[in-house]
Design a protein around this ligand. Sequence first.
Ligand code: SF4
Ligand code: SF4
Length: 76
Amino acid sequence: MSEVRVTKEENCSGCRLCALACSFFISPERAFSLSKSQIRVARTDGENRFKVGLLEDCLGCGICVDYCHYGVLSKE
Ligand code: SF4
Ligand code: SF4
């Protein structure tokens, strides 16, 4: 199975399109929900930078990669 990696975290804008797309496409009810996503984006305290992390149950489908317009994520 392929794997998604966070390769350019410094480029993240914090838009969370990746997380919204993930939740929509992996949830049976087809709903946008940040809490149901397998990718998490969090602002670094006091800075305009973001930490991006994939959760344990990530499917490696790569949908989040397609929706990130800043080249933060890659699929191998
Ligand atoms: S990883 Fe990409 S899509 Fe996700 S919040 Fe950052 S810039 Fe947006
Ligand atoms: S690879 Fe698929 S399951 Fe994993 S975070 Fe991205 S969209 Fe979600």
